[in-house]
Design a protein around this ligand. Structure first.
Ligand code: AMP
Length: 144
């Protein structure tokens, strides 16, 4: 069901875009915003969203929005790799509740990976300290 339906303008990410909810930002321009995931699956886990689109998922996204997000995701992934010296990086994206999506505003996950560190669960587990997230965001932003 959640794969179709109207966009909820009061979803968490829409509120972050409007400045109604806090976020630890890594990068922002007029079309794209990247910020730290508060329930990180690994150190440096960040999210990349469109500020212009009301696509809830990849299936609904406009071509120019996909281009913006793909380029920003690549740039953020490169910066995270440089900043954190990770061994790999997972890019993930979920469409619909059945696929694991929990926030219905299109987004890409950028998740640094290390050979000796297991991945935490998706959208679960412990909320990270904002001070820790800010330190990571600053390091990644400096590597952009
Ligand atoms: P998904 O399940 O693919 O829709 O991903 C949503 C992601 O948003 C999850 O990884 C959550 O941990 C993350 N998340 C939820 N609320 C917030 C928030 N207020 N700030 C940052 N990340 C969030």
């Amino acid at each position: 069901m959640s794969l179709t339906g109207p966009y909820d303008p009061d979803n968490i990410f829409a509120k972050i875009i409007r400045g109604e909810m806090p976020a630890v930002k890594v990068y922002e321009d007029d079309r794209v915003l990247a910020f730290m995931d508060v329930f990180p699956q690994a150190e440096g886990h960040l999210l990349v969203i469109s500020k212009a689109s009301q696509a809830r998922n990849l299936l609904e996204a406009e071509p120019e929005v996909l281009e913006d997000l793909a380029l920003a995701t690549q740039r953020l992934a490169r910066a995270a790799t440089r900043a954190l010296q990770c061994d790999g990086i997972t890019i993930s994206q979920f469409n619909g509740t059945a696929a694991g999506q929990t926030v219905f505003h299109l987004h890409f996950h950028v998740i640094p990976r290390w050979a000796d560190r297991p991945l935490a669960g998706h959208a679960s587990g412990k909320m990270e300290d904002p001070v820790v997230l800010t330190g990571l965001a600053d390091r990644i932003a400096a590597a952009l």
